[in-house]
Design a protein around this ligand. Structure first.
Ligand code: SF4
Length: 373
């Protein structure tokens, strides 16, 4: 089944490390909501034979929207797309934007999963990251979400911050585990070109964490979360059994997804396209009845094979039957030498259905994929 993504680009402030398309000027909000509804309707005619079982509101900060605004988006989705009864419906939430009252209103919507951008439980680290909330507010938001009846929660954390020690990171993981959310995403801090953080490093105002310490933190995370009952199912993602994010798994298993809003990427059939990263232009294009993308590509069979291996190894593994049915290739006989190298060095394990990376393999995943495949 396929997934649906909606990009809600509004944020209260821009975090220094953020590379997502987000804007702090909310003056075009109602025009944007009108345009995204139009885009959903205009795309639906060619997708009538698809069934959808995941919807993800990302951003930006979707939790800035009001419940009534979400309701209108759901009305359009449910009247134009075949949405399964048990669909996973996630919204990304910024702890600084949610009151208990708002969470109660959200509970009346079809939303059944919330992903909190917490990033740290240390107020100094949060300040450095220019987050709009404190550690206490983040904990309160999660408790309120649980009390409102949301039991499928994710929490995003960032490690390898400048000056952060392994103990500081351990403290964040302990706090996260105590909150007993079903899912934790733990990413290392990336200095993306174009961000404030990147230029701070260029100006030598901040220095990146030592690579060996970052590796130590990553290896510690895998062990620590696993021992607390979270199974790693992707390089940066850990879930209690049965709570893997269905929507993100679609990206990692090359399933189809249709996306709406500025900067949103879609993958349908053998085409992948990305909408323009400019809200004004996005609205103009949609209102003129034109496609809102500024990039489109056709995925050829070789690219599809390479992506399948890379994404499979980064996540739950390469499933032989799935690989054969998608590409008409027997994975085990086509890649005898790389598979043997992974197995003999302890980077991967193999059973009768799949090849999966070990912790040691996850820690070197990008390098292994690049050199072996
Ligand atoms: S709240 Fe999230 S999307 Fe918005 S600027 Fe910060 S990191 Fe980016």
């Amino acid at each position: 089944m396929a997934g649906i993504y909606l990009h809600i680009p509004f944020c209260d402030t821009k975090c220094i490390y953020c590379d997502f398309y987000s804007i702090t000027n909310h003056s075009k909000k109602s025009e944007f909501l009108g345009a995204i509804k139009k885009e959903m309707i205009s795309r639906s005619a060619v997708l009538t034979n698809r069934q959808f079982d995941s919807i993800f509101f990302g951003g930006g900060t979707p939790s800035l929207l009001e419940a009534a605004e979400f309701r209108e988006l759901f009305d359009v989705l449910y009247s134009n797309y075949h949405i399964s009864a048990d669909t996973e419906i996630t919204i990304e939430a910024n702890p600084g934007t949610l009151s208990r009252e708002k969470l109660d209103q959200f509970r009346t919507l079809p939303i059944n999963r919330m992903s909190f951008g917490v990033q740290s439980f240390n107020n100094g680290e949060l300040k450095f990251l220019t987050r709009i909330h404190t550690a206490e507010e983040a904990m309160e938001s999660i408790k309120h979400a649980k009390a409102a009846g949301f039991d499928n929660l994710n929490l995003d954390l960032i490690f390898a911050l400048p000056g952060q020690k392994l103990d500081n990171w351990k403290y964040n993981l302990e706090k996260a585990i105590k909150l007993d959310t079903k899912h934790i995403s733990a990413y290392s801090l990336i200095f993306e070109k174009g961000t404030m953080l990147y230029s701070m490093r260029e100006k030598k105002q901040v220095s990146q964490a030592d690579i060996d310490l970052e590796q130590e933190m990553y290896e510690f995370t895998m062990e620590f979360l696993e021992s607390a009952g979270y199974k790693q199912y992707e390089i940066s993602n850990y879930a209690k059994p049965g709570f893997e994010c269905r929507h993100n798994l679609k990206y990692w298993t090359l399933e189809e997804y249709i996306s709406f809003g500025p900067s949103a990427s879609s993958y349908i059939g053998n085409e992948r396209w990305t909408n323009i990263k400019n809200i004004g232009r996005y609205i103009e294009l949609v209102e003129a009845g034109k496609p809102a993308y500024d990039f489109i590509e056709t995925i050829d069979s070789q690219t599809s094979v390479t992506e399948h291996i890379m994404l499979g190894l980064r996540s739950r593994g390469v499933y032989f039957e799935d690989f054969r049915s998608k590409h008409g290739i027997d994975f085990e006989s086509a890649y005898v030498t790389p598979i043997q190298t992974l197995l003999s060095n302890g980077y991967a394990v193999k059973d009768e259905s799949k090849l999966t990376l070990t912790r040691k393999g996850y820690a070197m995943c990008d390098e292994l994929v690049a050199t072996l495949f």
